[in-house]
Design a protein around this ligand. Structure first.
Ligand code: 3H9
Length: 692
């Protein structure tokens, strides 16, 4: 037996322990070890039952995802699960931590399951574009019922032990030491001669759902699963669990799992899974770099961004001083925080006690002197270099030595801000995305002089805030907003060429974006983006460049906040406005731009190619560390469809030849100012691996 799985005996109970840190993923060697341990158990006449348990922080968190780019190696997980179920003596799973995907399937192969109360259970395969492929789609409906099983697999969301017990996923919740408790439970089962329960031998309760259940279920999930393939395959498998004998349905599950695994969508989602974890790893930041201790946080500016940032830190347990220059602004910010927490309580996302303790940790202040003992100060004032410099000069004078001084700027030069202090080593950018308390991303902007321990602390902070921190360097707009410029530029130009804003938005939403580019501008405020472009020193001398944005701003159409932008607004409801098309036609005529027929395909291609070319330039300049970081930023900050993997992965999946051909077409039509692909494009676009 290999050292990832060990076999021991405690009296009459065998204990099979999986120890494959960090999450006991079920890689090949582990599967082999389990099989060998099962054989030893079968041959061990003194063992009356076995407990299957994991060392470390969790029970198995699933199959080893890193093996999915190659064909499966025997013993493959479904066979291992079956081998457990076929064991001649009782096997009890002893569960702690997060039992996910293949890990839960392994547990369902056991005849009994017990868990500590803090354990979490789930089938997150859908988040990887997969289905539970080791009999989960067959065993779960037999235990939990058809609808509950589908909900669990389609949502991918975990449940707690109490819920898992309710739907028969576990039989027993263990208090105290799990190993002890599980051995006790196994001994009891043996003593009581409890019958061995093999889930595959149970039948699915088909009477619990109406005959048209599956059609209705498909309708119900159609919107959330648009363009995606795995959801339908899960429904097919569960339908098969109802209609086919177990073995036949299991074969179908295996085939459909392989189909999903080889799909570009699953490759894209797996790419993001690993890219999100790699984002926190920085080549020149070894483990020896210690982080600074952050006990108290101050946030400067109680506007929407400042109060959102304050909420993030309060939620994560820090005391926060929120500083504003005037009483009205401060009261408004504190009230917004209270209201947001209140809503979280009403929605059951936070307890009343947590709400109170968060509010107790918040100190609103009109006096900068209150930040003197803060270990981290996050500035979130108006996006204006002069104002930011004034704030940082004050921070420099007041903050204790060693405090980290962070700016939430989304565009401005962090080095220029740092230069007004006597301690540029302590200055860093922490660009939260709006709404800060909801969006999972922070662009961590490393200045030319930022100390490595400040960067390490920022990355650790992001983790504690349960956000993804991606490290970027200084340039106008960093990665996110800089790449957004060509994307918006092309969307705007297409409006001048005669494509209605709603058509452009619809094409992008159909393709998978959470929102179209024009709706995004309306939401965030046209004036905000206009001011941002106004501050850009390298703005091209191109009269058509973002012309619609300028004209609409001049007309006071600033987006949702003024009731009109690219759309008219009836509350939050966007209504297309023919006046916008009329304005576009006039502007186009003045600029000599002729109307053309633009297909949905062109809309998607032009916008996504513009992103890929700019992404390659960003990488050439060393602004982002890796293509994967760009993908992580767009998937988590801009509503880029995860199943397309991010702009760089997507370009690779379309193929370099097609991207270059599209760029050549646009170059011919619009000149080479924007459309010359960097030579590095091939290197920076991520090709999905060839099929296994
Ligand atoms: C599946 O099971 C298919 C089956 O149905 C059918 C098969 C036939 N594999 O997230 P963390 C690594 S599909 C390989 O930072 P946390 C991760 O990359 C799978 N590696 O920790 C990282 O590596 P590194 C279904 C994995 O405490 C390290 O472990 N299961 C896997 O924040 C720590 O991870 C899932 O989708 C894996 N399965 O969160 C669960 N899981 O240190 C995926 C983790 O080198 N995993 N790693 O960067 C998770 O959701 C989280 O990792 C978990 C822990 C909640 C478990």
């Amino acid at each position: 037996m290999n050292n990832l799985v060990t076999y021991a005996r405690d009296g009459g109970i065998a204990v099979i322990t999986i120890d494959n840190p960090p999450v006991n993923a079920l890689g090949h060697a582990t599967r082999l070890g389990i099989c060998e341990a099962l054989e030893q158990f079968a041959a061990d006449h003194d063992a009356q039952a076995a407990v299957l348990i994991c060392a470390g922080r969790t029970f198995c968190a699933g199959a080893d995802i890193s093996e999915f780019n190659a064909p499966p190696e025997d013993p493959w997980l479904p066979a291992v699960v079956q081998k457990i179920e076929d064991a001649p003596k009782r096997v009890v799973a002893a569960i702690h931590g997060t039992v996910l995907g293949g890990g839960l399937e392994l547990a369902l192969g056991c005849h009994f399951r017990c868990a500590v109360a803090s354990a979490k259970f789930g089938f997150p395969e859908i988040t990887l574009g997969l289905l539970p492929g080791a009999s989960g789609t067959q065993r779960l409906p037999r235990l939990a019922g058809i609808e509950k099983a589908l909900d669990l697999m389609i949502s991918g969301k975990p449940m707690d032990a109490a819920q898992a017990r309710q739907i028969h996923i576990i039989d027993e919740i263990v208090e105290g030491d799990l190993r002890r408790g599980a051995i006790g439970y196994a001994s009891r089962i043996v003593a009581e001669r409890a019958p061995v329960r093999r889930i595959s031998k149970m039948s699915v309760d088909r009477t619990a759902v109406p005959p048209d259940f599956f059609d209705r279920y498909r309708e119900r999930i159609a919107r959330q699963s648009r363009n995606q393939i795995a959801q339908e395959q899960i429904v097919r498998c569960v339908e098969a669990a109802v209609q086919l004998p177990y073995r036949q349905a299991l074969k179908l599950e295996g085939r459909l799992f392989e189909k999903c695994k080889k799909s570009v969508q699953s490759r894209a989602l797996r790419h993001l899974f690993f890219a999100e974890r790699e984002a926190g790893k920085v080549p020149d930041l070894g483990r020896e770099v210690a982080t600074r201790e952050i006990r108290k946080v101050a946030v400067i500016g109680a506007g929407t961004m400042g109060s959102g940032i304050a909420m993030c830190f309060l939620n994560a347990g820090w005391p926060v001083v929120l500083v504003e220059s005037d009483r009205v602004g401060l009261d408004r910010g504190v009230a917004a925080i209270r209201k947001n927490f209140e809503t979280a309580v009403q929605k059951g996302r936070m307890s009343r006690d947590e709400h109170e303790s968060c509010m107790n940790r918040l100190i609103g202040s009109l006096d900068y002197a209150d930040i003197g003992d803060a270990d981290l100060v996050v500035e979130a004032v108006f996006e204006d270099m002069k104002v930011k410099k004034q704030v940082f000069a004050k921070l420099d004078a007041l903050c204790r030595p060693g405090a980290i001084l962070a700016t939430n700027t989304s565009t401005l030069d962090v080095d220029e801000i740092a230069a007004v202090t006597s301690r540029p080593r302590d200055v860093i950018g922490l660009h939260f995305f709006a709404p800060a308390n909801v969006m999972p991303l922070i662009e961590i902007v490393r200045g030319g002089k930022t100390a490595t321990d400040v960067i390490a602390t920022a990355l650790a902070l992001a983790r504690r805030l349960r956000k993804i921190g991606t490290l970027v360097r200084v340039c106008f707009g960093f990665v996110a907003n800089r790449m957004f410029i060509p994307y918006i530029r092309e969307a705007q130009l297409m409006i001048l060429e005669g494509a209605a804003p709603e058509r452009i938005d619809q094409a992008m939403v159909e393709w998978g974006m959470a929102m179209g580019p024009n709706a995004v501008l309306d939401l965030s405020g046209l004036d905000v983006f206009h001011r941002f472009l106004g501050a850009w020193k390298d703005r091209p001398h191109d009269p058509s460049f973002c012309r619609m944005l300028t004209v609409l701003c001049e007309r006071g159409r600033l987006g949702q906040k003024t009731g009109a932008g690219f759309y008219n607004y009836d509350g939050r409801n966007a209504v297309p406005d023919p006046e916008v098309a009329a304005v576009a036609a006039r502007e186009a005529a003045a600029l000599g731009i002729r109307p053309r027929r633009i297909t949905d395909r062109e809309i998607v291609r032009r916008l996504t190619v513009s992103l890929a070319l700019e992404g390659a330039r960003v990488l050439d300049e060393g602004i982002a560390l890796r293509s994967g970081d760009i993908d992580v930023i767009f998937a988590n900050g801009f509503g880029f469809p995860r199943y397309r993997g991010g702009p760089m992965f997507y370009a690779g999946s379309v193929g370099l030849a097609r991207i270059e051909a599209a760029a050549a077409r646009y170059r011919k039509r619009y000149g080479d100012r924007y459309w010359t692909p960097p030579e590095s494009l091939a290197r920076h676009t991520l090709r999905p691996l060839t099929k296994s």
